[in-house]
Design a protein around this ligand. Sequence first.
Ligand code: ADP
Ligand code: MG
Length: 332
Amino acid sequence: MTDPCSVKVAVRVRPLVPHEISKGCKEIVEVIPENNQLLVRSAEKAFTFNYVLGTDSAQEELYEKCVAPLLKNLFEGLNVTIFAYGQTGSGKTHSMGTSYNGDENPGVIPRAIQDIFDHIKDTFSVDYTVTTSFTELYREVLYDLLSNRPKEQSILELREDVTKGVYIPNITELPVESAKEVLDILMRGSTGRATGSTNMNAQSSRSHSIFTVNIAMQHKLDKSQNKTAKLHLVDLAGSERPKKTGAQGTTFKEGVDINKGLFVLGNVISALGDEKLQNGFIPYRDSNLTRLLKDSLGGNSVTLMIACVSPADYNYEETMSTLRYADRARKI
Ligand code: ADP
Ligand code: MG
């Protein structure tokens, strides 16, 4: 079992995409797998992470190396949170599999769901109750992606209570009994994600999407043995600075709010890792993203950050910014 309160960081470099190749972009990111290191041309230092995945890495490799080992913690009653971080177009949604559509070679979420249900099928001594929810955080407003109501009527509220901790009244939490059911729910929810057009990527995602699987476990013979665990799979908003998208007006304001969530998440992860602060102040309350994930960051939980980067020279600044963010998370 992984140490509770552990944070691991994986960096994945995607291949050049067609529009980068046609623009004549050069690759400037090099991976040294044997040292878990990553070099960016013209930057002085090498970065070291728990896992580095180069441009030829398969979806299966990401899952088997970085994610599958963490999921075992769920069945011990620990919460597991997996983030995809990076600029728009860096491969977050591809890696997470958030917009799963029956793909043959899916990302993390469909694979995790399949593994969870395979484990459940193989464990006869325990009764499992699994539910799932899917939310989106957009400009600090939380939306229920599984609600049948129109978007503007599916706004959720985050509440806090001494005994319950953080909870979300009226959230749609669907009971599920098979991987197929969860995948259908994932497909249904991901079509409702807010997207906006910027000149970086027509499908630019400026919201955080949070897919959650809740697992309650009760031993069949010894009713006193029960545990619960949550798996959060978070496809974060693009980390780019608003100015690079060329967006204006509302879009610019969106950029500012979103970066606040990412900024606070960085602070929370960094505070969790600072021993002197372990019993002290962790700024969960500074953003809705961290409030929402409070009981799944630190304490009885395990976290993986998948930092996604483009290999292209054109994205040098954003790539360095992502690596610095990931580096800060790793120093725990
Ligand atoms: P993001 O969610 O970070 O905005 P996407 O996941 O949508 O980025 O990826 C942007 C584009 O790059 C998509 O066309 C996607 O298919 C492609 N892509 C991303 N990662 C990879 C990868 N590892 N291998 C091949 N193509 C990738
Ligand atoms: Mg995306």
